[in-house]
Design a protein around this ligand. Sequence first.
Ligand SMILES: Cc1cc2nc3c(=O)[nH]c(=O)nc-3n(C[C@H](O)[C@H](O)[C@H](O)COP(=O)(O)OP(=O)(O)OC[C@H]3O[C@@H](n4cnc5c(N)ncnc54)[C@H](O)[C@@H]3O)c2cc1C
Ligand code: FES
Length: 282
Amino acid sequence: MTTLSESPVLQESPYVPRFGTIVESRMLTAQEKFFRIVMEDGRPLDYKPGQFVEVSIFGIGEAPISICSSPTQGGFFELTVRKAGMVTAKMHELNTGDTVGIRGPFGNGFDPAAIKGQNVLFVAGGLGLAPARGLIRWVFDRRADYKDVTLLVGARTPADLLFRDEIKEWQSRPDCQTLVTVDRADETWTGNKGVITRLFRKIKIDPANTFAVIVGPPIMFKFAVLEVLSEGVPENHVICSLERRMKCGLGKCGHCQIRNVYVCQEGPVFTYDFVKKLREGI
Ligand SMILES: Cc1cc2nc3c(=O)[nH]c(=O)nc-3n(C[C@H](O)[C@H](O)[C@H](O)COP(=O)(O)OP(=O)(O)OC[C@H]3O[C@@H](n4cnc5c(N)ncnc54)[C@H](O)[C@@H]3O)c2cc1C
Ligand code: FES
């Protein structure tokens, strides 16, 4: 007899999580933990960089988390989780070998094909480096498809900087320019100091042939957009990822809705010209 959990109807329901096993986990900072996950049923997650999953801890709840890896890299996916409340705190207690529920992937994600043949400027602040990293890794894995690649990375303090070892690798690559800054330095820090927008003084932008991918907290987003627009980058070449409160991820509950747009479905990745119209209610 088929049990309830084996029912084909339930197994195909987008509300029912599949099981994922954590195959690698480590703290990136005091607040953020990294997980590499493999789906237990052997069907890899078919995702695009910039999409997100709903992670469930059974008995506690679900939280939307961006996928921070690139599908160019194999049969796993990766998450970076900041401890914020019930679900994310419980996730921090999990380690290699533990199981989580996974629904998704959800959202539109970045479209790497749309920026092919162009210069790509990444501006990633704080936890924004997690969703940006998926596209960064895609671009490096398909490096010949893109022209100049520039990475601007910002964190509040050196201790808050995510993926420090990877950033060092990016800095040593001859085929990209990577600049890092911290708002508040300590005695260990010898690099740039100040907010991320100050790094714009150190780079050259060819505006007509550049796509700017800006991911970070709202205040950073606001000022980074002003910088790229003032350099002449067209509004439809400015790509951002919007975070909203989300529950279902399926365009049903309305938690993520801005006017007539369900961010969980049509976003979270939008071009700035669209975000502007959304804000203005056009
Ligand atoms: C598309 C998307 C992608 C995200 N990607 C990541 C990621 O890669 N890594 C990561 O650590 N977090 C990410 N978040 C934020 C993450 O979903 C929330 O931190 C998480 O839902 C909090 O759940 P909790 O049960 O731990 O906290 P709760 O106990 O629900 O709340 C704790 C605190 O977090 C706030 N909070 C709750 N839900 C959200 C939310 N959706 N967004 C912002 N604040 C919230 C609450 O107001 C409260 O202050 C993402 C959110 C969205 C919508
Ligand atoms: S999260 Fe439910 S409609 Fe978007």
